[in-house]
Design a binder for this molecule. Structure first.
Ligand code: FMN
Length: 347
């Protein structure tokens, strides 16, 4: 139902996001989208790039007079760094001598450099890393902000917080209010609800990451536990006419169906692959052993990764919402949703 595409190289002119399937009549606030983009740029561990960029989205299509009109939405986020790359990454062919090329032939272990170069058949990882770079998540965050807007109009909020960096971990489950407050705190460096744990997290060694695991609720821990330790017992509250669970180890999902509890998604990030203490690699052209290349880089992406993860959760939930309730306008969608909510209430 909801489909999105992104386009744009990390150091190209701009990042583009296209979103189709959003119903008509949804109020769109450009400042909210820009606040989300700002959140992605903040936080401890970001590299020099964030000092150059000041991400803001321009909407080119699909929104008129402050609301969605049911047509595909096109957004553009300018790359300020393009000014430094116009010649290096020109759209036109290289000049005769390719001295302007910023080739990368010593692929970084753990990055997409080598696998991507082999797949697309370039003996230079430049084009690969331009697209694998997490700068692309800015476009996702913009599209995700639109999905969040839809979910918010129907009563669903999304927030994130940091549980662990390196070996330092918060050992209690914060309340939803704590999570929502820290998630929106623009001053918090790592968005961890416990300031003392957060200070220890900052002291951890280099730990930038890309998501290598996703878990719903108790997730992986549940696999090694007894059923009686894992399942959430069911109760009925006559006052609110609601079934509820004694715990939420299922993370709000049973049999692929949301059960009315909070949906809890945890993403695990691997350490970053661009290392100043370079690892061994092989030159893609000469095949000689060399040290991996260094590119300007973040050193911890937990806070930014969390904002990108929120955007992806918003897009997936909004898509599921539209699949279930359908409708071409917000009014139609709301009618369908409210009819179903009545069915659940009267069950
Ligand atoms: C928000 C964010 C920022 C990132 N910044 C960097 C970076 O500056 N340098 C780097 O080497 N990797 C960075 N990464 C990780 C790479 O994008 C990722 O490792 C690479 O694309 C290979 O994909 P994989 O790790 O999923 O296999 C970042 C990831 C995220 C989510």
């Amino acid at each position: 139902m909801l489909r999105f595409y992104t386009a744009g190289e990390s150091h190209g002119q701009a990042l583009l996001a296209f979103l189709s399937g959003l119903p008509a009549g949804l109020p769109i606030d450009l400042e909210f989208i820009n606040r989300e983009l700002h959140r992605r740029q903040l936080g401890y561990g970001r590299g020099g790039r964030q000092k150059i960029e000041k991400d803001r989205a321009d909407i080119f299509a699909g929104v008129r007079h402050g609301q969605s009109i049911g047509a595909p939405i096109a957004l553009r986020i300018e790359n300020r760094d393009w000014a430094n790359w116009e010649t290096i990454l020109a759209v036109e062919a290289y000049p005769e001598d390719d001295s302007t090329a910023k080739k990368l032939v010593a692929p970084r272990p753990g990055h997409a450099d080598l696998a991507g170069s082999q797949k697309f058949n370039f003996h230079d990882a430049r084009y690969i890393l331009e697209r694998a770079s997490a700068r692309e998540t800015a476009a996702r965050v913009a599209a995700g902000a639109l999905a969040k807007t839809l979910l918010r109009a129907l009563g669903t909020e999304i927030a994130s917080h940091t549980i662990q960096v390196g070996h330092t971990r918060i050992d209690r489950a914060p309340t939803w209010d704590e999570i929502q407050t820290i998630s929106n705190d623009l001053e918090s460096p790592l968005r961890c609800v416990d300031p003392a744990v957060q200070d220890k997290m900052k002291a951890e060694v280099m730990s930038v990451q890309a998501v290598k695991g996703v878990e719903i609720g108790a997730g992986i821990l549940a696999a090694g536990s007894l059923g009686s330790e894992v399942q959430d017992e069911i109760f009925y509250d006559n006052a609110t006419h609601r079934f509820s669970r004694s715990s939420n180890r299922a993370g709000g999902l049973e049999g692929g169906i949301t059960n009315g509890e909070d949906v809890v998604v945890r993403g695990y990030l691997k350490p970053i692959s661009t290392l100043r203490r370079a690892l061994k690699t092989a030159n893609m052209v000469t095949k000689e052993p060399v040290q991996a290349a260094y590119e300007r880089s973040d050193w911890c992406v937990v806070p930014a990764g969390a904002v990108a993860a929120e955007a992806m959760v918003a897009l997936v939930l909004a898509d599921a919402f539209l699949q279930k309730f359908g409708g071409d306008s917000l009014q139609e969608l709301r009618r369908n949703f409210e009819g179903y909510a009545r069915q659940i209430h009267d069950f």
